[in-house]
Every structure is written in C-alpha cells, then in structure tokens.
Design a protein around this ligand. Structure first.
Ligand SMILES: [Zn+2]
Ligand SMILES: [Zn+2]
Length: 603
C-alpha cells in the first residue's frame, strides 16, 4: 500500500550529509588556495561537487591533501550556524567573491536561488558558517561537521565546468566527491561504479556490434548495425503484440511537415530551441518532426468521431529529430534522432481512469518481462506562477487532471513522488525511472495527460447526448525510444540478452572441417524456423571459436563432431557455462522455440 509519496532526495539524510561535505571540502580548498574564488556546491545523485576558480589546475595529489584536511575539519565537530542577512551585509561579506556577488544579486531580484536556478518566490538571503568557512546557502545541513562519517567520504575526480554551464563564461574547476552514511555504503558504491563501467552501453554497444556513430553522418545520429537492427525489430514486435491486444491501431506519418502544423501545435515558437532549423521548398518552410503528436491529432481530425470510437488509440514507432547541444549528447541516452514507442490515446473524461490504468498495467507487464524489479514514478505538476507562461492558462483543468492522475496512481498502489513545477506545457506527466540490474537509474518512459492540444486542434467527438465534446489526450511511451531502451537493456543485462531478443541466438561450431556440412544444414534448418543461428566455418581451432562466441554473448553454442553427426544430436554449451551433451536436435529446437515464443527469462 502506498499512502504517502516517497521521500524526496532533498529531504533525506544523505542530501544533508553531502551538502555539508561540500561546505567542508570548500573550506579545505580555500585554505589551500586563499585567493580562490568559490561558486556553488550542490549535492547531486550519489555525491556532491563544488566549482572553484583556482590559480592553477588541480592534481590528484591535491585531492589527497584536501581529503585529509576534510577529515580534520570533520573531527572538529563544528556546528553549521545559520544567519539571515540583508543583501547589503551579504555583499560586504563576499566582497572579494565575484561569483557570490552575482548570486546575491539573483537572490535579491528574486529570480533565482543560490545555485542560479529559477525560483518562483523571492527567497530570504541566508548564510551558513562552520569553523572559519562561510557560505551563501539556505541549507539544509547536518548539525555539525562531526555528523559526517569521515570513513564514508571520498573525493572522486576533477573536471572543467563553465560558470552557470555557459561556454561564454570562465572555465572553473569542479571537484566531485561522494559521501555516505557508512563506510560499507561507500564501498558498495565504489563497487557499483566498477560494475557500471563494465556495463557501459557505449562500450558494450561497440563490443557487441550494436551501433556506431560516424562523424560524417553527424553527432547524435546513431547507425544501427545488423545486431542492433535485430533488437529493434524484436522490440517493435513486442510493442505491436501488446498494443494490438489492447486495441491500439497503428498509423504511419511522415518525418517532416510544414511550419504551419507546428505553429498550430504550439511547438513553434515554444519548442523551437529543441527543433532542427527549417528547410525551404517552393517558398514553404518545412521542419523535421520533434514529436509525433500533431500528426496523430490530424489523423483524429481526419473524420467525424463518435463516442463509440473512444478511447481511440493511435500508435506508431515514429522517428523524431531533436536538437540537443553537442556537449549534452551522450551515447544512446541523449541523441538527435530517436525512434519512439509512441501512442496518443483520445478519451472522454469519464474514461480517463480506465485508459490511464491500462497504460500503467502495460508498464507492469514490461517491467516483469525485462525483470525490472526496482522502479519509481514521478508525477510532475504545474505551478500557479507559470500559468499563461510555461503552462496553458487554465487552472481548473490543471487541478482537475492532476487530481485524476493522483487518484489513478493511488488506485494502482505504485510508489511515486510529486514534483511541482515540472509539468509539460499542456498537462501533468508521469516520468518513469527504471533501475537496471545493478541499480543504475534510467529515465526511459513517459506518460502525459494533455487537456490543451485537442482544443488547439479543434478535436471533437459527438457524445451520447449528440453534442460536440473535446476529448482528453494521453501521450504515452512505455518503451521510450529505441535508443534509450536499448541503452538501458545493454546495461541492465550487461549484454547478456534473453534468447528472444539476442541478436544471434545460436552459434554452431564444427569440431573439424569434416563437420561443416552438418553445421551448415543445422543452421539452415533453424533459420527456416526463424531462429537466428549461424555456423562458424572459420579456420580457427574449436576453442578459439567458442571464445569468440562467448565474447559476443551468444546464448547457445552447439558443438558438433562425429558423435553428433552420427546421432543427429548437438553438444549444447550455454552462455552461463552449463553443458548438455548428446542432446537430440529436435529436442533442442523445441526447447528453444518455446523460450523464444514465451520471451522467457530463462537460458
Ligand atoms: Zn549549504
Ligand atoms: Zn505526444
């Protein structure tokens, strides 16, 4: 049962510990470089950082010295003392610190918090002091430095970072650190990082020949190799089956459209920064699509609709193009072209709960199929101050739809946290975070309520009373994009895909050339049954071939020699090292087909 939303990170112990550790680190750095200019040092996922303007580049040796000094400060048990001040006093205190002065100005004008993030209300200006160090900050911290566990703090690395993330600003030096409650937690985290490095989808994607990037094609535009192509097809087959059973209808829409369409949808100008620039043809401007929604709305509008057709579920694996800054591109996780497991579901207000729940239900099936046991959902809602600016100006519908979603979430007993002021411009949304097998978090899927676009596109249906009504629209993408999903699956499975989705399912390895023909026939027999089997007829020795297949993480290797040819059998070696000799070919194929058909987790 979920009565209450989960605790937010901002309200947790770890957040206070990390935030406090950032202050302690800054004190140590300022002692080392009295002329240093310090900027901001927020907690982040799994740790904290602080950005400094320093007279020289930091070395790994420096980090050791800073870390040692941090432990001494921690041992001093210095209390964190808060003081609320007027801007003038703050300016006096930080008169040698230009970055802090800039932040004070932001606080004073009320537009930004002490990290420079936009803020709805004008904040008070507060300082926190411990030992001899003073920072512009609104907390929260631990009581005193002694509450930081000295054996659970570690400085991790340094990196360059522009002030406020803007490349026109000075380059600062960022120190990353991590802090935990216990040394065991720290150790677990360091192990997690080691494992995550091995599972990095960029590394696995290359090793397993899934995808590549090419300079001449362009940044953020992945090329899917044949192995990646197989995974994509399997995912699409999965989505099609699941959606077909639930009454979705598949549509296809073009990759580009006239400017008018995006003006109509509001993507222009509100979303223009994330779109590729236009191209002009016969005096008309065209844009490649950043989203599929307006096209599906046009399909809804293409004929008169009756309540009998609702909910209408239009689905498409649509390819969208978005402009992500080059600095923000990251493997398959942040790309410029993406194939989306998209659908737009049009329904009446009465049907909302049922339709929304059916989407949640679909999520659950996917989680189960992919063995995702740890997930969470975030409900992003509007903020009053953004009405008419970043949000559609209709408070009644905001409150109503937010409540509908909240109610549906409660009914489904799914843990979720609520995030104010993070909604889409047309309605509240649910973002789904999935944790991979090693606990790395991925934001893959989204589920959004839209009470604005159907109105913008004059979408109507005739209700039971014979009157025109505007439907609600739900945008949903449980499998996200192929790019993120496959990135996630690579790391989740460490490349060891279940057999149904494994690019190569069976590798047949003849012991000598004399067994090549048997191997080839076996491969053909399986391929005729749509099993992805290959015979390895290379010149290497058998042991080398086995090693090669293991490196490619092929689920099943079949070794065939005289005995197998004679008995029409195979010697099965599974990816996990288990073996089964003298297995009749027919029996192996039946087992395999069953695993594939059921999309089994078993090897
Ligand atoms: Zn602080
Ligand atoms: Zn959409």
């Amino acid at each position: 049962m979920v009565e209450k939303p989960q605790e937010r990170y901002e309200d947790s112990d770890l957040y206070r510990i990390r935030h406090s550790a950032a202050h302690v680190m800054a004190e140590a750095v300022l002692e080392m470089f009295p002329e240093a200019k310090y900027t901001i040092g927020p907690p982040i996922e799994n740790g904290f950082y602080y950005d400094f303007d320093l007279p020289r580049p930091l070395t790994p040796e420096d980090l050791k010295v800073i870390e040692k000094r941090m432990r001494q400060i921690i041992a001093g048990h210095y209390p964190f003392v808060k003081k609320v001040v007027l801007a003038e006093e703050a300016r006096q205190i930080f008169k040698e610190q230009p970055y802090k002065l800039e932040l004070i100005e932001g606080l004073e004008q009320g537009g930004a918090d002490e990290y420079g993030n936009p803020l709805a209300e004008k904040p008070e200006i507060s300082l926190y002091t411990h030992d001899k160090f003073i920072d512009l900050c609104r907390g929260p911290h631990v009581e005193n430095t002694g509450k930081i566990n000295p054996s659970a703090v570690k400085l991790m690395s340094t990196a360059g970072a522009y002030w406020r993330g803007d490349e026109h600003n000075p380059m600062l030096q960022r120190i990353y650190g991590t802090a935990w409650r216990t040394s065991q937690e720290l150790e677990n985290y360091l192990e997690f990082l080691e494992e995550a490095k091995k599972r990095d989808h960029r590394k696995l994607g290359k090793d397993l020949e899934i995808f590549v990037f090419d300079d001449e094609v362009g940044p953020g535009l992945p090329l899917w190799l044949p192995n990646g192509g197989v995974i994509i097809e399997e995912l699409e087959n999965l989505a099609k089956e699941m959606e077909f059973k639930r009454g979705y209808q598949r549509v296809k829409t073009p990759h580009l459209a006239k400017e008018d369409l995006y003006l109509h949808s509001g993507h222009l100008p509100y979303y223009a920064d994330s779109m590729y620039p236009p191209m002009e043809l016969e005096g008309v401007r065209y844009y490649v699509k950043p989203m599929n929604c307006p096209f599906h709305h046009k399909i809804f509008a293409s004929q008169p609709r009756s309540y009998r057709e609702l909910p209408l579920r239009l689905a498409e694996y649509g390819t969208c193009y978005r402009y992500e800054k080059s600095g923000e591109l990251f493997g398959l996780m942040r790309v410029r072209s993406m194939q989306m497991n998209d659908s737009h579901m049009y329904c009446s207000e009465k049907q909302f709960d049922e339709v929304f729940m059916s989407v949640i239900d679909l999520y659950m099936e996917y989680f189960n199929l992919f063995n995702v046991t740890d997930y969470s959902m975030r409900l992003s809602i509007h903020h009053k101050s953004g009405l008419g600016k970043k949000y559609v100006d209709n408070e009644r519908l905001w409150l109503k739809t937010e409540d509908m979603v909240r109610q549906a979430m409660k009914n489904s007993n799914i843990p979720y946290i609520e995030e104010p002021d993070e909604a889409a411009f047309y309605g509240p949304k649910i973002d789904v975070q999935m944790k991979s097998a090693i606990g790395k978090e991925f934001s893959v899927a989204t589920n959004q309520v839209d009470f604005a676009q159907p109105g913008r596109f004059n979408l109507t249906y005739i209700n039971e009373a014979g009157q025109e009504e505007t439907p609600l629209c739900i945008h949903r993408a449980p499998l996200g994009t192929h790019e993120r999903m496959i990135g996630f699956l690579l790391e989740h499975y460490a490349g060891n895909f279940p057999v149904w989705i494994a690019p190569e399912q069976v590798r047949i390895i003849p012991i000598t050339d004399a067994h090549n023909e048997y191997a080839v026939n076996l491969a053909k027999r399986m391929r005729d049954l749509f099993i992805r089997a290959e015979a390895d007829l290379g010149a290497e020795r058998m042991s080398a071939k086995i090693r090669k297949a293991q490196l490619m993480k092929v689920p099943y290797m079949l070794v065939v020699g005289d005995q197998e040819v004679q008995a029409e059998s195979v010697s099965l070696r599974r990816r996990d090292g288990s073996r089964q000799d003298g297995l009749p070919v027919g029996e192996f194929i039946t087992m395999l087909q069953d695993r594939i058909k059921k999309r089994s987790k078993e090897l």
